[in-house]
Design a protein around this ligand. Structure first.
Ligand SMILES: [Zn+2]
Length: 188
């Protein structure tokens, strides 16, 4: 192997090593900053849902440090030109403002109002648990806009997925449920 080839090889190895070394904070920033978050808007003092441009944060982390910028906010497009001061709240505690974590924490330790089974924290592959509205209809938490969730949690009660399916069936096909009950009575 000539000296030139050896130098080229060392340079390539160093470049690959440096790339991998810088890629780690980049990947960490991407996974750490993606997803919808709830913040208190510094202007309205109300809960709003925002999303950070995670790809951009990752590139920033790869080069020097993550650059945080919003790519979505529930107040947009009207307030698209705001100063994005809510970013400070995310920087202080990026995990606790994630919508997924907020919802998961709310369900943790709560039991279904129908079957009393414990619901526990959320899992990505499981069916999403649901909620019972004040007018006694079950609804999935995902059907609400994220910025509504804090108010929804204050007025709704937890329902497991199985009971949500049963209750929805009961509501949509009351005639079938009544028929079955009558039949059971007749057979008794
Ligand atoms: Zn249940």
């Amino acid at each position: 192997m000539s000296v030139t080839m050896l130098v080229v090889l060392v340079v390539i190895l160093l470049a690959v090593g440096l790339f991998v070394f810088r890629a780690i904070p980049g990947v960490r920033a991407y996974f750490g900053y993606r997803g919808k978050r709830l913040i208190t808007c510094p202007e309205t003092h109300k809960a709003e849902a925002v999303e950070i441009a995670a790809g951009e944060a990752a590139v920033g982390a790869f080069l020097t440090e993550p650059t945080l910028r919003l790519k979505e906010c529930s107040r947009w497009p009207e307030r698209q030109d705001c100063g994005q001061e809510c970013l400070q709240q995310i920087e202080i505690d990026p995990k606790n403002c994630l919508v997924w974590n907020i919802v998961s924490k709310w369900y943790e330790g709560k039991s279904c109002v129908f079957c009393h089974k414990q619901i526990g924290p959320l899992h990505h592959l499981d069916h999403a648990p649901a909620l019972l509205s004040p007018d006694h209809k079950t609804v999935e938490w995902k059907d609400f806009r994220p910025e509504q969730l804090l108010d929804v949690f204050a007025t709704h009660r937890p329902v497991c997925w199985n009971c949500h399916v049963t209750e929805t069936f009961r509501r949509v096909h009351p005639e079938l449920v009544v028929n079955r009950e009558l039949e059971a009575k007749r057979l008794r």
